[in-house]
Write a protein that binds this ligand. Structure first.
Ligand code: SF4
Ligand code: SF4
Length: 96
């Protein structure tokens, strides 16, 4: 499982994916005001970008496999962790 772009048009330029990704998968295109998946092969499937994407522009795909790192990176920034708890209870994201 790794990150994938669901719909670039949904990206609202919040930069959460750029700021949260521990693997620097994204960079930000200032002119377009959208993130760019520059190094998707580096994704380690932590899902922080997906969980905190304000536009719903990202998804987690089963096409490529990674391994889960820490789920705590977003905790310092975002107080509402409902989705994270839900993910922990169900054992993963996206019906894994
Ligand atoms: S799932 Fe994690 S490692 Fe992969 S792009 Fe998103 S934040 Fe980066
Ligand atoms: S987190 Fe989502 S909406 Fe925000 S910049 Fe990244 S892709 Fe765009």
């Amino acid at each position: 499982m790794s990150v994938a772009r669901l719909d670039l048009n949904l990206c609202i330029g919040c930069r959460n994916c750029v700021n949260l990704c521990p693997m620097d998968v994204f960079y930000f295109d200032e002119a377009a005001n959208k993130s760019v998946m520059a190094y998707p092969e580096n994704c380690q499937s932590c899902a922080q970008c997906y969980l905190h994407c304000m536009g719903g522009s990202l998804t987690m795909s089963t096409l490529r496999a990674g391994y889960a790192m820490s789920g705590g990176r977003g905790l310092r920034t975002f107080p509402n962790q409902t989705e994270l708890y839900k993910a922990e209870e169900t054992g993963g994201w996206g019906g894994r």
